[in-house]
Every structure is written in C-alpha cells, then in structure tokens.
Design a protein around this ligand. Structure first.
Ligand code: MG
Length: 379
C-alpha cells in the first residue's frame, strides 16, 4: 500500500465550538490503491502543517503505509533533535491516526478489530460540561438533563473563575466554599447517583491545590484533574500523598517516555492520553499497556475534534483497562455536524461501538466548499 501523497486541510476561520473558534488540522494520506486515510490534530494548523508537509512527508512518500510501527519510529527519530513534544508530536499523532484508518479500510474492518477486538459492547462515558446549561449557575438542572439521557458521570471546572482572579497563587476559605458549591448542590440532589470529576486545567500552585483537595474530600468527586502544571511531577507526588482523593493526569503528556515518568512517580490514579497529541493510536495503545502493568485505568482525553472522537472510541472499545471515556454532548449533537459524515452520539448514556471500515468517519463535502478552507498537498 504505497503512499503517493500527503494532504493537509484546515479552516482558516476555524469552527466555533463551546470555547470559541477552534482550528483543527486534518491530514489525508493517499495511496496507490486509491485508499485515503484520515487523521487529525489541534490546535495550531500553521505549525502542525509545517511539520507534516515539510518534515514527515518526505519520509513517508513511496513507503508502505502498512508498516505503521516502522514509520512511527522513523518519524520520531527524524524529529528527535528538535525535541519530541509540541507540534512535532502532534504532527506524528495525526499521521499515525491516518495510517491506522488506512489499515482498517484496507482490511475492511473497524479499527478496534485491528487493535485486538472489542472488550465491551458499548463504551461507558462521562460528559464534559461545555453545555447550554451552566454548571456554575444551574448545576442541578445540568446534572438532571444528563441523568435523564442516561449519562451517569460529568466533568466541571468550578474553581477556574477563582484561579483567574488569584492567578492560582492563593485561595481563601470563602473561595473554597464558592468553588465547591456546584458539586455540593449536585450531591444534595442526586446523592451518589451521579459521578462528578473536577477539572483544574493546571492553574493552581501546590499549596492551594492541597487546600482545595482536602476541602473536596467529603464530597467524593470522581477525580481531581490536572490541579498543577505538569512540569514537576514530584510536586504531583506530594499532592497525591496529601489527599485521599484520586488524581487524574493528563492530556498534556506525550509519548510512552513522558508517561513512563508519570507512572513511575505513582501520583496519578487515572491516566489520560490524548490520541491527537501523545503520538497517535499506536502510542496511546502502548501507554495504556504501561498503565495496565501498574493496575491503572485509562480514560482517553476526548474533548477535541470529530476525528479524535472516533479514534478515542475505537481505542476505548478495545482497551481492557478502560476506566471511562470522555465525550462532549454539545460536540456530537451540534458542533461536529457540519464537519463530518457522522458524529457518533451517546445512546442511553453510552458511546456505541464505532462503525468501520477504519475510523468510520470522513470529512463532510461541505468542508471542501467553504471559502476559508486551506488545502495543501505534497506528492
Ligand atoms: Mg483536562
């Protein structure tokens, strides 16, 4: 399956989603047989495209697309001198996803079948609450609307407005109460029928994170996600030792080597790779196996683009040590609809096994007709 061309696609005006305009970079790998593999990364098309077309394409053209591990290792070696994080690894991630899509299309099977088959009939999911209902002002109404659709877990970030005020450098007793209030209200209404993860986006220093974690203990959140930045994993170890609540860490780490440090550090209880960033499906599968060796569950990060949503579902279908898969109701019910052929919505609170062949999703024809579409092709 000889690679004949590499194509990148992005929309210069971006797509307006919950957080405002977001730009995804899509890559399509063309082959001699006419099969085309689709991959995705985000959020900076300029830098990602430069790596894909300038540095990875010369390596890929003319090669056999079936040799995914060989190509991954060659791409990784090619970018290693400039550091393996950042746009370089995002670019490799997008290419790797496209190679797996090709492998599935070539075999005529859904991607999860090539990863070792389905480990479940449907995928447990929690909703990340970018929603029409605000978790700050209407947490009970939001939880009720999720509960009524069959969803039994949700993720909110009620401490972020406080971190914006204090730059995450201090928090008062009153602010701890303010940040805890949405979770307290959900608990009062639903008891333990709804699990709630609290996301912190890496805004806090260690002192404040310890104060918040201790205060949240009686409310039993599902996990505390990314309380600190991720440049000092020893600080995370201190945080983990000071609270009985489990920590989730996290989407910003890349490659098996980045996650090796995290796993050896023993701070995290939920492991959260992002397939579009960590090195693709190949790398996420390896990271999951490493986590399994530590008896830790994997909860794939999935609040990016529509191709990630499918890739994460295929991985989640397969993993024997899946904890729970993230998804965003507003994405699959609304915002993805103009971009892709299907959006794989939750059914009765679970994500169904994704169809094939390959990822089972394509960019919608309307994407190619938009006035702001940018398409580049090397081959
Ligand atoms: Mg997160």
């Amino acid at each position: 399956m000889k690679i004949t061309a590499i194509e990148t696609i992005h929309l210069s005006r971006g797509i307006t989603v919950h957080v405002g305009p977001v730009q995804w970079t899509w890559v399509r790998i063309h082959t001699e047989e006419g099969l085309v593999g689709l991959g995705e990364t985000y959020p900076d098309p300029a830098s990602e495209k430069a790596v894909i077309l300038g540095r990875l394409a010369p390596l890929l053209l003319g090669k056999d697309a079936r040799r995914i591990d060989r190509l991954w290792a060659d791409m990784f070696q090619a970018i290693a001198h400039s550091g393996w994080a950042g746009a370089e690894m995002r670019a490799i991630s997008a290419v790797d996803i496209a190679l797996w899509d090709l492998a599935g299309k070539s075999a005529g099977k859904p991607l999860y079948e090539l990863l070792g088959g389905a480990s479940r009939d449907a995928i447990r999911t929690y909703n990340t609450c970018y929603d029409n209902l605000s978790f700050l002002t209407e947490p009970v109404e939001l939880a009720r609307s999720l509960y009524e659709s069959g969803i039994r877990a949700m993720k909110i970030w009620p401490f972020d407005p406080i971190a914006m005020r204090t730059r995450g450098q201090y928090i008062t007793a009153g602010e701890i109460r303010e940040g805890s209030d949405p979770l307290r209200r959900i608990r009062d209404e639903f008891g333990d029928r709804m699990d709630v993860a609290i996301e912190f986006h890496g805004y806090w220093n260690l002192t404040s994170a310890q104060q918040i974690a201790r205060a949240l203990e009686p409310l039993e959140p599902m996990w505390l996600e990314e309380m600190l930045p991720q440049d000092n994993l020893a600080a995370y170890r201190e945080l983990a030792m000071s609270t009985r609540l489990p920590l989730c860490i996290s989407e910003r780490l890349m490659t098996r080597w980045g996650f090796r440090e995290l796993l050896e550090n023993r701070a995290a209880r939920f492991i959260m790779p992002d397939i579009c960033w960590c090195g693709g499906i190949s790398e996420a599968k390896k990271i999951a196996a490493m986590a399994e060796a530590c008896y830790l569950p994997v909860c794939p990060h999935n609040c990016g683009g529509p191709v990630l949503h499918y890739a994460a579902a295929h991985l989640a279908a397969n993993l024997t040590n899946l904890g729970i898969l993230e998804s965003v109701r507003k994405h699959y019910l609304e915002e993805y609809k103009s971009i892709v052929s299907n959006t794989l919505p939750a059914v009765n609170g679970e994500i169904p096994l994704p169809p094939g062949p390959g990822l089972g999703v394509e960019l919608a024809p309307a994407v190619f007709e938009r006035p702001d579409v940018k398409i580049d092709l090397v081959g």
